[in-house]
Write a protein that binds this ligand. Structure first.
Ligand code: NCD
Length: 320
């Protein structure tokens, strides 16, 4: 098993063998999670604190469940609606919590880079649960596990990522991960929702769904991230659905066995047809949620092993 990381801040710094290690271990946790007794003691005696400065359903719930199933003491800070802002206040909060000796800190924050900054101030392992438009590493890992289990491999696939690419940390982390695993990535969406410099990403870029979906193995839909938009990026949701919403007619341009993904929360009738999202023959959206718990268990387990090893070396007086 190879996993050298001290924190999980993004996919950017993970090597392909580390990604495979997380996915392989997560596969074993999928099995555990399907049993009646879903418990190990990988994190027994350790403390996990979840700090979500932005709304979350799936990510927060799955990090909490993941920690509990690994035997950790899990504390959720209710910060989403407080007046805590970035900068000093975030660091002060982190330092206060750090003084309580947590072992794992799970953080979601609206500012890109805030979680990296925080990681430099504390002496526990930090997991990024989504920071602004920057990264959402556990989402990309759970997407990768879902793809690998559905397609039997994670290489040489044509993956179409569609919609609001510009504001999406999910797209960014997926681009990095799928690129490292040697897949062909297509970005599809209106030019107003493409990030600056998109033509230098090494992906194919389309503004037409039918052309972009042609021959795709995986179709990943994204939500319009209105909370990150400062102005009109689309004429209307109706028009957007007409051109970019995924329905059976557009999906017919992809491979006949193409899978449909969405990180949630979904806006039915805006980026995806409700019936298609529920079609268990095409949609793996519920599998993504299931894989989310397993991937987060694997990531926290691996970080905890590294943390224990590091503390063991420090206690033995080994200089690192
Ligand atoms: C995503 C997020 O928060 O970045 N959701 C999630 O974690 N499942 C995507 C989104 O909010 O649209």
């Amino acid at each position: 098993m190879t996993f050298r990381a001290r924190h999980l801040l993004g996919i950017e710094h993970l090597a392909p063998d580390e990604i495979r290690t997380v996915l392989d271990l997560a596969d074993t946790y999928v099995d555990l999670n399907r049993r009646t007794i879903k418990r190990t003691d990988a994190l027994a005696g350790m403390t996990q604190i979840n700090m979500f400065f932005e709304a979350s359903t799936r990510t927060q719930a799955s990090f909490e469940l993941a920690g509990k199933r690994l035997g950790a003491d899990v504390m959720n800070m209710a910060v989403a609606h407080s007046s805590v802002k970035k900068g000093e206040t975030l660091i002060d909060t982190a330092l206060t919590l750090n003084a309580m000796h947590p072992d794992l800190l799970v953080v979601r924050h609206p500012s890109s880079g805030a979680v990296n900054l925080l990681a430099s101030k504390v002496n526990c392992a930090v997991l990024n649960a989504g920071d602004g438009k920057h990264e959402h590493p556990t989402q990309a890992l759970l997407d990768a596990l879902t793809i690998r289990r559905a397609k039997g491999r994670l290489q040489r696939l044509v993956v179409a990522i569609c919609g609001d690419i510009a504001h999406s940390r999910v797209a960014r982390s997926n681009l990095l991960l799928l690129g490292k695993m040697e897949n062909r990535i297509r970005l599809i969406g209106p030019p107003t929702l493409m990030p600056a410099g998109v033509n230098e990403f090494g992906c194919e870029v389309y503004d037409d769904m039918r052309a972009g979906l042609e021959g795709a193995d995986v179709v990943m839909m994204l939500r319009l991230q209105k909370e990150r938009m400062d102005g009109g990026f689309i004429p209307s949701e109706r028009e957007y659905y007409h051109r970019y919403g995924l329905d059976a007619e557009k999906l017919a341009f992809a491979k006949p066995d193409a899978i449909v993904m969405h990180p949630g929360p979904m806006n039915r009738g805006v980026e995806i047809d409700g019936e298609l999202a529920d079609d268990i023959n095409r949609s793996v959206i519920q599998e993504q949620v299931e894989m989310g718990v397993a991937v987060r268990m694997a990531a926290m387990d691996l970080l905890a092993r590294n943390l224990k090893a590091e503390r063991g070396r420090m206690a033995a007086g080994v200089v690192v």
